[in-house]
Design a protein around this ligand. Structure first.
Ligand SMILES: Nc1ncnc2c1ncn2[C@@H]1O[C@H](COP(=O)(O)OP(=O)(O)OP(=O)(O)O)[C@@H](O)[C@H]1O
Length: 252
């Protein structure tokens, strides 16, 4: 198959070009990302792995427009983020990016349905009950919509958080260790919701994880070491991922 010229190809869901990020200055400066270039194809699931401190969260936050790189550029779909005002960036993020964190970050006083609808309310958009129900059904929490977070298991709370992240139909869903606080069975359920978001809804997912089994749910795994992408694995399986993690930890 011929690759169409770049001008006619659909834009990447997210593109990072020669992105570097330095925290602090002078003697306390830490270079967390070093000249990273990567393109996330729409409708794909990418896992990001690497030793502790290798820059995974920094990479994810730059890709999500949460953190402005020290140098290089980031675009979300056709939107170039460099030089954008904080106000415009906040609106763009709200519309184009969904977030899921290790700690579920649900509002305790709101029901699951109200938590899921929150991004629409914040954007002053109407609550889309049909889409809420559809997402909840897919996530296996349709019968929990009237429950508050403390009445739900950790895995159910994370699935509510994923529905909340998807409610605005974002360009990209960024997940930072979404299964980090969950046991095996709950992790599996959360990962299958993310997988189906890609396969059935065409969602683009970027997920930071330490877990080779979680990473193997993705289409592709990026390995970061010391702020650089050193390895890329397509069609990952847990054994190969674990072997690469072990090798990179030895080299680090
Ligand atoms: N706000 C900050 N200020 C200063 N240094 C930071 C800050 N955030 C991260 N760093 C440093 O940047 C480097 C990359 O951090 P980052 O959190 O991106 O790594 P990570 O691979 O996600 O780590 P982990 O797996 O431990 O969560 C580390 O050396 C870290 O100490």
């Amino acid at each position: 198959m011929n690759t169409p010229p770049s001008s006619t190809r659909p834009p990447a869901a997210v593109r990072l070009t020669q992105v570097s990020h330095v925290y602090g200055a002078r003697e306390t400066a830490v270079t967390a990302l070093k000249d990273v270039t990567w393109e996330f194809t729409p409708g794909t699931f990418t896992a990001v792995m690497g030793p502790s401190g290798s820059g995974k969260t920094t990479f994810l936050q730059c890709a999500a427009g949460l953190l402005e790189p020290t140098s290089g550029s980031v675009s979300l779909g056709p939107h170039q983020l460099n030089g954008m005002s904080e106000k415009k960036l906040a609106i763009l993020r709200r519309e184009l990016v969904g977030f899921v964190f290790q700690s579920f970050n649900l509002i305790p006083a709101l029901t699951a349905a109200e938590n899921i609808a929150l991004p629409l309310r914040l954007a002053r958009r109407g609550v889309d009950r049909a889409w809420t129900n559809e997402l909840a059904k897919r996530a296996g929490i349709a019968d929990r919509l009237d429950h508050r977070p403390h009445e739900l298991s950790g895995g159910q709370q994370q699935r509510v958080a994923i529905c909340r992240a998807l409610i605005t139909r974002p360009q990209v869903l960024c997940a930072d260790e979404p299964t980090g606080a969950l046991d095996k069975a709950a992790s599996r359920a959360v990962l299958s919701v993310l997988r189906e978001a890609v396969d059935d809804l065409g969602q683009t997912v970027i997920m930071v994880t330490h877990d080779p089994i979680a990473a193997a749910t993705a289409d592709q795994v990026l390995f970061l070491v010391d702020g650089r992408i050193t390895d890329v694995m397509d069609a990952p399986d847990p054994e190969r991922v674990a072997a690469t993690v072990t090798r990179l930890a030895g080299e680090d």
